[in-house]
Design a protein. Structure first.
Length: 310
């Protein structure tokens, strides 16, 4: 029996991160205290986090996406390989540069990010068709919105056809409505506060508001909604029940990887057969541990650490 596979379909970036006491205002230059260059992009981050978690519990991780034929692409491939990610679906695109994210982080661990999409913006249905074997094996399919929505829709269709559990992280927050046909293909949607407000006009600062937002999302055909409220906790809701997971008490150093590690934890738990409520608790612990470390993919915790926090 092969080990369960989590397939992430999405973006691959290299992150250039500068840390300083505060973030600059428009037109202002501030001096940073340090910088780092490492793996990023929501697709890559979620695949890497799933790879690190899965190494401790018998779950495999794979990624479908694109990099450029450049030095950053080589760096991204090597970094993903170090997390144990299957890269059979990672395509080198000679016509575009590898995606790049410029990240500023202040002393309170808040961040601002500028993304140059590069090869990520050329991902299309051909990437889905070229990775049939991976889609056929996937237990959970992780989707995000840093590649064209038409490609996300094609991946969701293929994932549903293959019997995978489709999880959509609607990040970054969409500036225009997502296609109506996407929603019924999604088993679990996982927006944060900003994304929830963009999707359904409700800013979830209380459990009641989160429940109302979840209901609006489910009315579009989504199987379940997991509304992340940052330091206020997480509300989950499906046709079979609902619940709230309180935040884990940790000291935040860097919040960049929180959402991606949350989704990886959710996917690993679901692949292992956990109920949605159980999986959300694992996801919340994974995201909490991620903010205690610096970096994007590098902040992903190991399975043993998640179990210890739980």
């Amino acid at each position: 029996m092969p080990l369960p596979l989590i397939l992430s379909f999405g973006s691959v970036n290299i992150d250039v991160t500068a840390r300083g006491k505060r973030l600059p205002a428009p037109g202002e230059t501030v001096h940073a205290e340090s910088y780092a260059i490492g793996l990023g992009g929501k697709g890559a981050n979620q695949a890497a986090a799933a790879g690190r978690l899965g190494a401790g519990c018998g779950v495999r991780s794979a990624l479908v996406g694109r990099i450029g034929a450049d030095a950053f692409g080589v760096q991204a491939r090597e970094a993903l390989r170090s997390f144990g990610v299957d890269l059979a679906g990672l395509r080198e695109d000679p016509g575009a540069a590898t995606g790049l994210a410029l990240i500023g982080i202040d002393a309170a661990a808040e961040n601002c990010i500028t993304v140059v999409g590069g090869a990520n913006l050329r991902v299309d249905g051909g990437d889905v068709r070229g990775s049939e074997a991976l889609f056929g094996e996937a237990s959970v399919l992780l989707l995000q919105l840093e590649v064209p929505v038409e490609a996300v829709l094609a991946a969701a269709r293929r994932g549903r056809e293959a019997g995978a559990r489709v999880v959509l992280d609607p990040a970054p927050a969409p500036s225009s409505p997502l296609p109506d046909e996407l929603w019924p293909l999604v088993d679990v949607v996982t927006p944060n506060e900003t994304e929830t407000a963009a999707l359904c006009g409700v800013l979830p600062t209380t459990r009641e508001e989160a429940a109302r937002a979840a209901g609006l999302l489910m009315a579009r055909g989504v199987g379940a909604a997991v509304v992340k409220m940052g330091s206020r906790g997480v509300w989950w809701q499906s046709s079979e029940g609902s619940g709230f997971v309180s935040p884990f008490p940790v000291t935040a150093v860097d919040t960049v990887a929180a959402g991606d590690c949350f989704n990886a934890g959710l996917a690993v738990a679901l692949a292992l057969g956990a109920s949605l409520g159980e999986a959300v608790r694992v996801a919340a612990a994974t995201g909490a541990l991620a903010v205690t470390k610096r970096g994007a993919a590098d902040a992903a915790p190991e399975w043993g650490a998640v179990q210890a926090l739980l």
